[in-house]
Design a protein around this ligand. Structure first.
Ligand SMILES: Cc1cc2nc3c(=O)[nH]c(=O)nc-3n(C[C@H](O)[C@H](O)[C@H](O)COP(=O)(O)O)c2cc1C
Length: 198
C-alpha cells in the first residue's frame, strides 16, 4: 500500500519546516506570513524525521536588563552544562534585542515555562522588544540584580555570563547560576508539546 505523503513547507526566512496541507498563517519561529513559505519537493525519505529534529527541548523566557530597561524573549536552546557549580548555556540570535541586553549587563534570567505557558512563549517569541514593552502586560517582579522574574514560570534562574562562543547567527552564552527557585507545581512545557498545541 502506498502511504500518502504530507506536504512540507519551509520558511525561507528562518528555515522552519511546517507539515500540513497549507503553509501556516505565521511562522512560529520568526513570525513571517504564509507568503514566506515554499513547498518542499516530495522526498521519499521525508517520513523519517531529520536527525536534528529528533533532539528535544524545553521552552523558556530568557530576560535581561540594561540600566532601567528590561527585555526578554522565548528560547528553546537552554540547557544545563554542569551541576557543581550549576552552569546553564543559552543560544541567543545575534539580532535579538535581548542579545544586546545580555551582552551589556552580563546577566540573564530564565523562566521555565509550564504547560500552560504557550501564550507566554508566543508573546515573547513573535515580537521584539524593539517595537513594544513585552513586560507591560505580564506579571513579573524585579530581582535585586534588576532582572525580571516571571510570576507564571515554573522555576526561575538568575545567571551571570562567564563565557561566550560566537556561532555564526547565534551566540552561546555560558551562565553561572547565581540563584534558582521553584515557584509552583506543574509540568515543564516541551518544545514538542508547544509544536503540537500551538
Ligand atoms: C518556540 C520558540 C523558540 C525560540 N527559540 C529561540 C532560541 O532558542 N534562541 C533565539 O535566539 N531565538 C529563539 N526564538 C525567537 C525569539 O524568541 C524571537 O526572535 C523574539 O522575538 C526575540 O525578541 P527580542 O528581539 O525582543 O529579543 C524562539 C521563538 C519561538 C516562538
Amino acid at each position: 500500500m502506498e502511504l500518502k505523503q504530507e506536504k512540507r513547507w519551509r520558511c525561507t526566512i528562518c528555515g522552519y519546516v511546517h507539515i500540513g496541507p497549507a503553509p501556516p498563517e505565521k511562522c512560529p519561529l520568526c513570525g513571517a506570513g504564509p507568503e514566506a513559505f515554499e513547498l518542499l519537493p516530495a522526498d521519499p525519505g521525508a517520513r523519517r524525521p531529520k536527525p536534528l529534529h529528533t533532539l528535544s527541548y524545553g521552552l523558556y523566557i530568557v530576560a535581561s536588563e540594561r540600566g532601567t530597561e528590561i527585555n526578554g524573549q522565548c528560547a528553546n536552546t537552554v540547557f544545563q552544562i554542569t551541576s557543581e557549580p550549576a552552569q546553564i548555556a543559552i543560544g541567543i540570535g545575534t539580532d535579538r534585542y535581548t542579545h544586546q541586553f545580555i551582552s551589556e549587563s552580563g546577566l540573564f534570567s530564565i523562566g521555565v515555562l509550564a504547560e500552560d505557558g504557550i501564550e507566554l512563549a508566543k508573546h515573547f517569541g513573535f515580537k521584539s522588544g524593539r517595537d513594544l514593552d513585552k513586560f507591560a502586560d505580564v506579571e513579573y517582579r524585579l530581582s535585586d540584580l534588576g532582572l525580571p522574574l516571571l510570576t507564571r514560570a515554573l522555576a526561575i534562574f538568575q545567571c551571570r555570563v562567564q563565557g561566550r562562543l560566537e556561532c555564526g547567527t547565534h551566540t552561546l552564552f555560558l551562565g553561572e547560576v547565581l540563584s534558582s527557585e521553584v515557584q509552583r507545581d506543574g509540568k515543564p512545557l516541551t518544545y514538542a508539546e508547544y509544536l503540537r498545541r500551538k
